[in-house]
Ligand binder design. Structure first.
Ligand code: SAM
Length: 359
């Protein structure tokens, strides 16, 4: 597993011509390697930093991809180069019988890694079934260890249920159990060290995520983003670290190990250290739209194509023609604008909400 940092300049890349005999690469020579599948846009939480609105236009139930449709598309994406699939949402565990989808996806030839990101609220009852269906590892979002603050952030959540879910996942043999924590200034920036202590004590990994301007509903501002460097500094004061690097050279997180050998962490610095140059992620919305960037404004409708009776070859052709013209480098551009003082305004970019396109 290569973990060197390969972050070539996108500006110097030459355009690529489409040719179905060529490996699937975009305009900046980035292959498609990872697929995030949103299995539902519904979520039982209303996290302040994600999608806090009570009223929202949800995808109609019959527009949501069936497990058979998801499996068919996943199979085609794997044929086109995808090696890793992450199930997400919305909250993936609100989708009934999710373990059946995992059982269908986990044995797909060529799939090297299948994972799931959840808020953990239903994990206590689901962990054993997920593991039995073939899931090996899991990411659980947890931004605070304080029950009142947890309620304040999620509006609807119960910390105790999530903690029970995390321990159930560990007990069921999901390994690693990774905790995802978004750090927002003034909200939970005093929880970096307690969260690390919790993870080190219990054998969990942790990923800190810079607060991003995903979607349009979360009132993001740069001042609220606790930067990767700040997070690192806080951690180093308590638990000295050494950098390991980006898994496979393309993972969102830069990983670190504690010098005392107990545990590891990762930091996702999407805002202040964007990694568009190594982004190999495609996303599939719950209603079957192919999205080529977390900050995209629109997707490409694969569901209608499938439901009109398209052949596998025709679907692959649409995936190919979408990916080969991909030029997304939103986070790079945002950072360039922020640094140059060019007046970046997140509200100028109407994006698909993260809850819809799959975080
Ligand atoms: N419901 C699941 C969950 O809570 O993990 C999966 C969907 S959620 C959108 C996926 C991940 O996105 C979570 O780890 C969440 O913390 C992260 N996330 C949501 N909004 C974010 C934001 N504004 N900045 C950074 N990460 C965010």
């Amino acid at each position: 597993m290569g973990r060197g940092r390969v972050e070539p300049s996108l500006e110097s890349a030459k355009p690529v011509k489409d040719n179905s005999s060529m490996p699937l690469i975009d305009q900046y020579h980035r292959p498609v390697k990872d697929l995030r599948i949103s299995v539902t846009d519904r979520c039982n939480y209303r996290c302040a930093y994600c999608m806090p609105l009570d009223e929202y236009t949800w995808i109609e139930k019959d527009e949501v991809l069936t497990f058979e449709e998801i499996t068919r598309l996943a199979t085609l994406f794997i044929q086109m180069g995808v090696e890793k699939i992450r199930l997400t949402g919305g909250e993936p565990l609100v989708r009934r019988d999710l373990e059946k989808l995992i059982a269908a996806l986990s044995p797909l030839p060529g799939l090297k890694d299948l994972s799931l990101t959840t808020n953990g609220s239903f994990l206590a009852e689901k962990a054993a079934a997920l593991r039995a269906a073939g899931l090996r590892r899991i990411n659980v979002s947890l931004d605070t260890l304080n029950p009142e603050r947890f309620r304040q952030i999620t509006k609807r959540g119960d910390l105790e249920k999530v903690l029970a879910g995390i321990f159930a996942a560990h007990g069921a043999g999901l390994n690693p159990v990774k905790i995802n924590a978004v750090i927002v200034r003034g909200l939970n920036d005093d929880e970096i060290v307690p969260l690390i202590e919790f993870c080190r004590t219990n054998g969990f990994s942790i990923r800190f995520i810079e607060y991003m301007d995903v979607g349009n509903a979360n009132s993001w501002s740069l001042e609220k983003t606790v930067t990767k460097q700040e997070i690192l500094q806080t951690i180093n004061q308590h638990f000295p670290l050494r950098e390991v690097g980006r898994m496979d050279g393309r993972a969102p997180a830069i990983d670190y190990q504690f010098l005392d050998g107990t545990g590891d962490i990762g930091i996702i610095g999407s805002v202040t250290e964007p990694f568009c140059a190594t982004c190999t992620r495609a996303r599939l919305t719950a209603d079957g739209k192919l999205v080529t960037c977390l900050f995209a404004q629109e997707g490409h409708d694969l569901k209608s194509l499938m439901r009109r009776g398209a052949t596998d070859q025709e679907i692959c052709q649409v995936i190919r023609s979408t990916w080969t013209v991909r030029k997304d480098r939103y986070s790079d551009e945002r950072w360039e604008n922020l640094r140059s003082g060019a007046g970046y305004q997140p509200k100028d970019h109407r994006k698909i909400e993260m809850i819809t396109l799959g975080g």
